[in-house]
Design a protein around this ligand. Sequence first.
Ligand code: ADP
Ligand code: ZN
Ligand code: ZN
Length: 723
Amino acid sequence: MFAQVIIDQDVKAIDKIFEYNIPSNMSILVGMRVYVPFGKRVLQGYVISISEDCSYDKNKVKDIISPIDQFPAIKKQMLEVMQFMVKKNHLTMASTLRLFLPSQMREGKVKEIFETFYYLRQHDFVPKSNAIKQKLLIDFLKKEGKVSSSKLGEMFGYQTIKTLYDKKVLEKEKEKIERIPYFIPKQDKKVVLNYMQNEAIKKISSEGVYLLHGVTGSGKTEVYMHLIERELAKGKNAIMLVPEISLTPQMVSNFKARFGDFVALLHSGLSAGEKFDEWKRIFSGQAKIVIGARSAIFAPIENLGIIIIDEEHEQSYISESNPRYFTHDIAKFRAKQNNCPLVLGSATPSIESYKKAIDGDYNLVELPVRANGKELPAIQIVDMIGELRRGNSGIFSAQLIADLNEVVTQKKQAMMFINRRGFSSFMRCRDCGYIAKCSDCDVSLVYHKEDNRLKCHYCGKQYKVLTRCPNCKSENIKHGAVGTEQVVSKLKELFPDIKILRMDNDTTSTKNSHQKILNEFKNSLPGVLVGTQMIAKGHDFENVTLVGIIDADQSLFQADYRSTERTFQLITQVAGRAGRSKDEGKVILQTYAPRHYVYKFASNYDYKGFFKKESNIRQTAQFPPYTRIIRALFADCDENNARELLKICYTNIENLKDEFSNEILYLDAMKSPIKKIQNKFRFQILMRLKLEKADEIEKKVFDIVNNATKTNVFIEINPTNMS
Ligand code: ADP
Ligand code: ZN
Ligand code: ZN
C-alpha cells in the first residue's frame, strides 16, 4: 500500500503530494501524521489518502519511517475543509493543515500530566478511635472509590494519607488527568422562553444559513443554548464562536453552568497544556460543545448539529495575517458538510450579511424586543460644536456632566466609552466640523506625522496639511483624539470621591486583569468605568444607568469604507450596556457631526433604515458588498526589489484589462500609505472589481503574483486595514 503525503513545510515549491510506501508491518490510516525521509532530511507529513497503486516509480518510492501519533490527528471532514480553503483562499496545504492542530502537538512539546490517585486496599481496617481524620478519609473513599492526592490532602491532610498508605490500607496509582480550565458547577436553572424566542427556534430547524437579528438584550444567548440542547438530545455536537472569549466571560459561564463538562473552550488565553487537553477532549468526543474565537471553527469535531457565530459582524472573524480566511466561509462549508444549520447572530448584522438575508441567500429571523420587556435606553445626541460656541472646550458636554452628577447622587454606575482604533487620526475643523476627505474616494484623509501630510488610504493620494478650513475659513483646525487616561483624570477632578476604573490595552495586559477590573466595577456604587472597545460588548451590569460616548466620530471618519457601519455597530452595542435591569438607562452621544445620517438612525435603533441608506451609498460609490477590492502588498528590505516586483506584477495584471475591461473598475499601483514598516519598503496594487467575474480575476491575480515571487507579497480581499 502507498500513502499520499503532504510535507509539513510552508513552502510553495513543495506544497504538493508526495508518495511513500507503507511498510507491511506498519499500520497507517488516512489523516495520520508521519515521519518521512525527504532528501537528506527527516520531515513531518500528513497522510491525506492511501492507495493500492503508486503513480511514482515503485523501485524508487521510499518507506514511511514511522507514524507520529497512534491515531489520525486530521479527521476526514477536516481534510475536506483543507481542500476547500486551499481553493477558496489560495493557501498552501501545509499552512492550512497547521491551523487544525494545536501548535504544541507539531512541536512535540506537550507532555501529558499525571496525578496520583488513592483507593482502599483493605476495606475492613478500623482506625484507632482517636484517629478521626483517618476514619473520615476511609469513609470518604468508601463512598467515592478513587480520589486524587491533592483533593484528599486538602480535605484530610497529607500526613493522614501517608500513614494509611504505610499501613497498606491505601493503594495508589498514577493516572493521566485533563486540565479543565475554570470549573463551574452545573446548574439546572432554566429560563422559560418567550414567544419570539420560541418562534426563532422553530424556524432554525433545517440546513441553511440563518441570520438572527436580535436587539441587545433580546435573549439571543438563551436561543443559542436551546438550539444546542436540542441537537445534543439528538446525539449531535455544536460549535459556538464568539469574537473574543476574554470579552465575553458571562457567555462562557452561562454555557458552563448549563452544560458542564460537555463544553470545551478553545482560545488564545489558554496555556499550551490546557489547549492541548481541550483539543483532545474534543477529538475523543468527551466534549460536545466547542466554544471559542474564530480558530475554533477548526476544532476536530464531526457529527455537528449546529454552528453558531455570535456577534457575526465583528472584524475578528476575518483572519488578516497569513493564512488569511473569513470564518463565515468555513462555517458555511462545515454546516453543509454536516447538513446542519449555521446561525449568524447580531444586533447589528454586517451590511454584507444583511444584504444576503434581503436577497434570500440567508433566512432572516428577528428578535425585535428585549427579553425582559424593557425599552432600549434613549440616546441623546449632543452637538459638541454647539458646546464650543458656548465656551465649553472640555471633553464633557454640560449635559453629560449633569447626568453624571445624577448617577453619583443616585449611587448608580456609568460607563464612558472612548473609541480608539489604530494610531491614525483625521483633521477636523473645530468650528464647523469639516473633515478633510479625499476628492477621489470620499473617505477621510489620515494625518501622517512623520512627513506632516494627509493621505488617502485607498488610492494613496497625498494632500497638504490644512491650516485653514476650506468651509468656514477658521484656523482652529486640529488632529488627534482623546485618550482614556485623559478622561479618567478629568473625571477624578470632577468627582474626587468616587471609584473610577479604566479598561483598555494598557490596563489589561496581564492574565485575568479583565475579570479583576469588571469585578471591582461591579462592587463600586457609585462608580464609573472608562474604556475602549473592550467595554462595548456583552457586559450585563444591572446598575449601569448612564452610558457616555465621548467622541463618537472617531470611528466614523476612519479611512475605511466600513467606518460608518462600524460606528453604527459600536453605538448600538455600547448603548446596549445601559438600563438592562430595573432602572431606566440613558445614553449621551457626543459628536461634532450631529447631522450625520448614522447618528439619526443609531439614536432611533433603526437598523433597517440605516441598512437601506448605507447600502445605497455603497452601491453608488462602488464599494463592497457591491464590488470586490483586492490589495496586493509588496514588502522588501531592498526598495528596488520591491519596486521591480511590483512592476512585473502590475504589467501582467494590467494585461487582464484586455479580457476584463468591463469588470475591472479600478486598477493602480502606488507606494503604501505607510511606506516602511520594520525596515521593509512597501508598495501596493489596488483594484476594484465587479462581482460577476471577481472569482475568476482574483484567481488570475493570485497566479500572476505567485509566479513572480515566492515571498513577501500579501494579497488581501476587501481589506479592513489599508495602512
Ligand atoms: P442578547 O445576547 O440578545 O443581548 P442576552 O442573551 O444577554 O441578550 O439576554 C439578556 C437578558 O435577558 C439576560 O439577563 C437573560 O438571562 C434574560 N433573558 C433571556 N431570555 C429570557 C426570557 N425568556 N425570560 C426572561 N429573561 C430572559
Ligand atoms: Zn470650518
Ligand atoms: Zn483617494
